[in-house]
Unconditional design. Structure first.
Length: 475
């Protein structure tokens, strides 16, 4: 784990839950999976404070726990190991996106139900009903079922359920026993085939994984619309192909049927219109959509789309930070690296190929090297030199992966700085409110905080998307 990532995670926890929670979470983050007693003994806080902190973090889905059995002599002992999820901490700031993503499917009652779950963290159906006594119980249950079916929320196991599953060696949920069996057992059936029981004691929470995957899908769609052009029908075709989030082959009949169900226009769709769009996507130079002639199926090429989004995002970052010439030189370096990782270029060769003066090329390369976006090295026998000379030369290389890691590292730092500035502004506003009775100053201070919060959310959104582009392989 990067120190900048740890700093951002702890700052977010301090912002939401206070300094004590942040410090205990820091111990847990460094210790990894650990029991409550070991965590309390390594902390300067009392056992009760550490226990209550874990309860708070578990309730908001930040701390995970697993059961582990071990033997002491002839006695089998089950330990509870706690660990902190950094991704879940970052997702705290992205929970409002779940309302933005699903706003077309929410009415006033279902919005209240989803908001109650988002505020409570992990909450039971009974507590949701108690908190929303103005909404009928069957409406709340119907909303819960709709959220589960769309992936907005997920079912959480209580400790007792997890312990029973651990002892029996099986999972309590996600049964695929069939619709008739579910009905016989008084269970609901999702579109995926999974059955579950709608009981007041069942726990639910916001599906943060759904948020991050939806944000990535939206960025991929925007990328394709910019390169291909966007129509309503194209949007629905891509939605069908990208729904599962993995490279899944679908027959033309399946795609056409699902597109027809999702289209909300009153205009009649011409015959074979969906087929012409799929054919156009397959013949486009980017080839985001793959076609199998044998079974006449189509699939979305996630590897190619993610790789293109990753490179364009990095190019945009370099351009924004250091200018278009620096971005052009960086593109040249990664292109050479992708063609042959052992090839090195000197300043003169880079200047000629990137169409930049030698003075500018030298300054840009030194700047990129200092900031971690390029590497300066002396070649050895394993390196291939473009124009070898007898003079001592400096050679430069760069890669997408190293640049990606550096951009994420910088983004963690940007997020920490914004959060520190936000806390400072809020404290200043509070002191100003106590000292000066001027409403105009309060409005100005709140506006400043609002701008910082917006920038912070965009930075966290960028980090979450880039994390998903960090490790992916060609299937």
């Amino acid at each position: 784990m990067l120190s900048s990532e740890r700093d951002l995670v702890l700052r977010i926890l301090e912002y939401y839950f206070g300094e004590t929670v942040s410090r205990i979470a820091g111990h847990l983050l460094l210790s990894g999976p650990i029991t409550l007693h070991k965590l309390a003994s390594s902390s300067s806080y009392s056992f009760k404070v550490v226990r209550n902190t874990l309860l708070i973090l578990i309730k908001h889905g930040i701390v995970n726990y697993d059961l582990e059995s071990s033997s002491i002599g002839h006695i089998d002992v089950t330990h509870v190991l706690y660990s902190l999820s950094c991704n879940n901490v970052l997702s705290l700031l992205l929970i409002p996106y779940v309302f933005l993503i699903s706003q077309d499917d929410l009415d006033s009652d279902s919005s209240e139900v989803l908001l109650q779950i988002a505020k409570a963290g992990i909450v039971s159906l009974g507590r949701v009903k108690k908190a929303l006594s103005n909404i009928a119980a069957d409406v709340i249950e119907e909303s819960i079922f709709k959220f589960l079916d769309k992936g907005l929320i997920v079912v959480c196991q209580s400790f007792q359920q997890r312990q029973n599953g651990f002892q029996n060696g099986e999972s309590t949920y996600n049964t695929n026993s069939g619709v008739l069996d579910n009905l016989a057992n008084n269970m609901y059936t999702l579109s995926s085939g999974a059955g579950f029981t709608m009981s007041d004691s069942q726990l639910y929470k916001i599906n943060t994984k759904f948020i991050s995957e939806s944000l990535l899908k939206e960025e991929l769609k925007l990328l394709m619309f910019k390169r291909i052009g966007g129509t309503e029908l194209l949007h629905h075709v891509l939605e069908v192909l990208m729904k599962k989030g993995t490279q899944t082959s679908l027959s033309y009949k399946e795609i056409e049927s699902k597109v027809m169900k999702s289209v909300k226009t009153t205009n009649v769709i011409e015959p074979n219109k969906v087929l012409s769009i799929l054919t156009g996507l397959n013949k486009h130079p980017d080839k985001f959509v793959l076609h199998s002639i044998d079974d006449r199926s189509y699939s979305f090429d996630w590897y190619k789309a993610k790789n293109m989004l990753k490179e364009r995002a990095l190019f945009g970052c370099i351009k924004q930070l250091y200018g278009i010439k620096a971005a052009r030189i960086w593109t040249l370096l990664i292109t050479i690296f992708q063609e042959n990782p052992t090839t090195c270029l000197d300043i003169e060769e880079i200047s000629k190929r990137a169409v930049v003066s030698i003075q500018n090329a030298r300054a840009i390369l030194y700047q990129l090297t200092i900031k971690g976006f390029a590497k300066l090295q002396e070649p050895d026998s394993n390196h291939k030199i473009a124009n070898p000379t007898d003079r001592q030369q400096f050679y430069f290389t760069s890669s997408v992966d190293s640049t990606h890691s550096q951009i994420i590292k910088n983004s963690y730092k940007f997020g920490s700085n914004l959060l520190e500035r936000l806390v400072h502004e809020k404290n200043s506003n509070f002191r100003r409110h106590l000292m000066v009775d001027d409403n105009s100053l309060d409005v100005t201070g709140e506006a400043n905080c609002g701008v910082i919060e917006i920038h912070l959310i965009y930075v966290i959104k960028f980090i979450v998307i880039m994390q998903q582009l960090q490790t992916f392989s060609k299937s």
